[in-house]
Design a protein around this ligand. Structure first.
Ligand SMILES: [Zn+2]
Length: 264
């Protein structure tokens, strides 16, 4: 599943390609055809990301709500490429057409729906209104394992399975530590690192957590085998201490950590 950086990056790229022009909108697959007709030729006024949700605001006051879910993709193609696959939504820019396939949500909504989604989300470190204090309070108020609570979108918006393993590695905290036993400084540190890593993710359009100090190279140079500390590295040596990374289930999903850098 895409994490928050993907959605914020999408918002940025869609803004760049589609705002300030009349956008041909269609649904080659047909399942969004009626709403595509409503939007066809309209102008995108604003694109907003919140956690894993994307909202496209149009000059006609229509709002398009998109959530990619587990398998959704929203990708750019050269505008004259032949259409392939089950394209729910196609937005045509000058040189690029954006194709949405397999989304969990692609629907026109009222402003109240947007407000409801935003109300239900925890703070998003990539948004100006994402407040660190709210995150720290929510961590302090729960006995849940910290490895589990980081996936709760109403505690912190945008964190998924890759980031939760990486974040806890970087702060040196075992995933089953009860959230309310963390110090305020530790919660602060998780927030600050999350904000930093998400920003790197937006910039590079992929998750790279290994620091230039640990890698001996800039983050953008790191290959897929070099860019993460813990996620899907079970049995491989920790990049900091050499101990084998282990895998376990936290909140019913696989999670990875270093038993030495993140003692229980
Ligand atoms: Zn280690």
């Amino acid at each position: 599943m895409p994490e928050g950086h993907t959605i914020h990056r999408l918002a940025r790229d869609l803004r760049k390609d589609l705002t300030q022009r009349n956008v041909p909108v269609s649904s080659p697959q047909g399942r969004f055809a009626e709403s595509a007709c409503v939007l066809d030729g309209d102008v995108v006024s604003r694109v907003e990301a919140a956690g894993k949700h994307l909202f496209m605001h149009w000059e006609s006051d229509q709002i398009l709500h998109i959530h990619l879910g587990l398998i959704g993709k929203f990708r750019p193609y050269p505008v004259n490429d032949p259409l392939t696959g089950e394209i729910r939504l196609r937005l045509e820019g000058e040189k690029t057409a954006w194709h949405l396939t397999g989304p969990q949500t692609c629907v026109l909504v009222e402003p109240a729906v947007v407000a409801g989604v935003l109300d239900g989300l925890g703070p998003d470190p990539l948004r100006r209104d994402g407040r660190r204090g709210d995150f720290v309070d929510r961590i302090a108020g729960s006995k849940k394992a910290v490895g589990a609570i980081l996936l709760d979108q109403d505690v912190i918006a945008g964190i998924g399975n890759v980031f939760r393993s990486e974040l806890l590695f970087m702060v040196g905290i075992h995933p089953s530590t009860p959230s309310n036993s963390l110090t305020e400084d530790q919660a602060d540190e998780i927030w600050n690192i999350a904000a930093d890593l998400l920003r790197v993710g937006v910039k590079l359009n992929r998750i790279v957590t290994v620091t230039p100090e640990d890698a001996g190279a800039a983050r953008w140079r790191l290959s897929d085998d070099e860019r993460l500390y813990a996620y899907k590295r079970e049995g491989l040596p920790c990049r900091r201490c050499g101990t084998e990374i282990v895998i376990g289930k936290v909140a019913n999903r696989s999670m990875w950590w270093c038993p030495r850098c993140q003692p229980g």
